[in-house]
Design a protein around this ligand. Structure first.
Ligand code: G
Ligand code: MN
Length: 279
């Protein structure tokens, strides 16, 4: 496919263009159960094709050119400047539902989709339900990761949406746990299934006593209120052993695998058991 990218654009414009010209690709990265190495889910990630000729003037230039992936924080931030978050999230949901309906026979792990609080409204619940219904996809195959945001939002309204999703059978996870301004409030006011602890703590913990203490406390807190604990950004065995020892249930990160095209990730889930010194 040839690129339609003009020379002078920012990431938001590029995203808008990539969306309308159907150039965004879905990648996924496994979530693996710590004690068994068995994949128990996969996070869906957005990838854009590398533009051949792109002269970006703004802050996105360096991050954007260094990689063909857009991390969740980046695309949500960029998309919010153009009212793009909702259409982009709906596009993602539709693609995931479509994908699952075409391959449902070999998939039995949930796919998680990153959604910011601003999009988690009753409209989103209806849209998701309609897509899953249209494509005959069981709700148990969808997980929603609520991403960290700096925008204020109504926690009670958000919790109502979370309850509706969970009543449908969709799992809900708080993403980037510990890194935002509202960690404790989230924990108190939102009824979710799991927390995904921000990679910054996981990565610093082996060498930084303070990060270690924060990580330990975050895990203890989550355990105390009976939530499952996912640690992201696990890149080496030292980090793996540490989070396992502290009581983490599920890991994700380069130690297990890199994000790969969604289809490949799901094909791999079938036979895939992580070869780690798990016991
Ligand atoms: O915060 P969020 O869950 O959206 O993060 C997903 C991003 O993290 C993706 O862009 C993915 O490529 C990246 N990622 C996945 N595993 C690792 C890892 O082990 N280390 C680092 N630094 N990034 C990772
Ligand atoms: Mn995420």
């Amino acid at each position: 496919m040839t690129s339609l990218i003009p020379c002078e654009i920012d990431l938001a414009n590029y995203l808008a263009r990539a969306l309308t010209s159907n150039q965004l690709k879905l990648y996924a990265q496994h979530l693996v159960e710590v004690n068994t190495g068995v994949p128990v889910g996969a996070e869906v990630l957005l990838r854009v094709p590398q533009p051949r000729k792109l002269s970006l003037k703004n802050q996105f230039r360096s991050t954007f050119l260094s990689s063909s992936s857009i991390n969740t924080e980046q695309w949500i931030e960029a998309a919010s400047h153009r009212g793009l978050i909702e259409p982009l999230t709906e596009w993602l949901v539709k693609k995931v539902a479509e994908f699952l309906s075409n391959s449902a026979s070999f998939i039995d792990i949930p796919l998680s989709i990153n959604v910011p609080p601003s999009v988690l409204t009753s409209r989103f619940v209806k849209f998701l339900a309609a897509m899953l219904n249209t494509y005959k996809v069981p709700t148990s195959l969808i997980m929603i990761e609520i991403t960290e945001t700096q925008k204020p939002f109504d926690l009670r309204a958000l919790n109502k949406v979370i309850n509706d999703l969970r009543d449908m059978g969709v799992k809900v996870v708080i993403d980037d746990f510990g890194s935002g301004y509202s960690t404790m409030t989230y924990l108190v006011d939102l009824t979710v299934d799991a927390v995904k602890i921000d990679r910054s703590f996981v990565q610093k913990a082996p060498e930084n006593a303070c990060a270690y203490s924060v990580l330990k406390s975050l895990i203890e807190l989550a355990k105390e209120v009976n939530l499952q604990i996912i640690c992201e950004g696990v890149e080496n065995l030292q980090q793996f052993d540490l989070v396992k020892r502290l009581g983490c249930n599920i890991v994700q990160g380069y130690l297990i695998n890199r994000p790969m095209p969604l289809e490949e990730a799901l094909n791999e889930s079938k036979e895939f058991i992580t070869e780690l010194p798990l016991h």
